[in-house]
Design a protein around this ligand. Structure first.
Ligand code: ZN
Ligand code: ZN
Length: 130
């Protein structure tokens, strides 16, 4: 990894950590372009992909967006709860749940490789604001 690449990944991580909710790759690009007008989209998309692979960032599949990992980044699958009102995404880890799912799916000989566990609803602060 080049020094430039490291720098880019650190900046992307900071953007996502400060974001209110999940951000699309385009949102991240747009934010970075404010500081680096000449930044090329593939640079940002590649850095996002490598952060995702490293577990520092999670892709929220149902939103086609990204969040920074709030855990240690070494866990298996993230269980994401997504507020449809304010867009907040909360992350939990549930190794037992992932194991149970793998067992269930594996009964037919299917080999699970990547789990996507996303739950949509209303977060506690939105539901108390009525
Ligand atoms: Zn995580
Ligand atoms: Zn909410």
């Amino acid at each position: 990894m080049t020094k430039r690449g490291e720098q880019m990944r650190a900046e992307i991580l900071a953007v996502l950590q400060n974001a209110h909710g999940a951000m699309s790759a385009y949102d991240v690009l747009h934010r970075l372009q404010m500081a680096h007008p000449k930044i090329a989209p593939p640079t940002v998309y590649n850095a996002l992909a490598s952060l995702t692979k490293a577990g520092r960032v999670h892709r929220v599949e149902s939103l086609k967006a990204y969040i920074a990992c709030r855990c240690d980044g070494t866990h298996q699958a993230a269980v994401l709860s997504i507020c449809d009102e304010c867009g907040t995404v909360e992350e939990r880890t549930a190794p037992q749940l992932v194991e149970n799912l793998s067992g269930l799916i594996g009964e037919t000989g299917f080999q699970p490789q990547r789990h996507v566990i996303e739950v949509h609803g209303i977060c506690s602060s939105c539901s108390s604001e009525t």
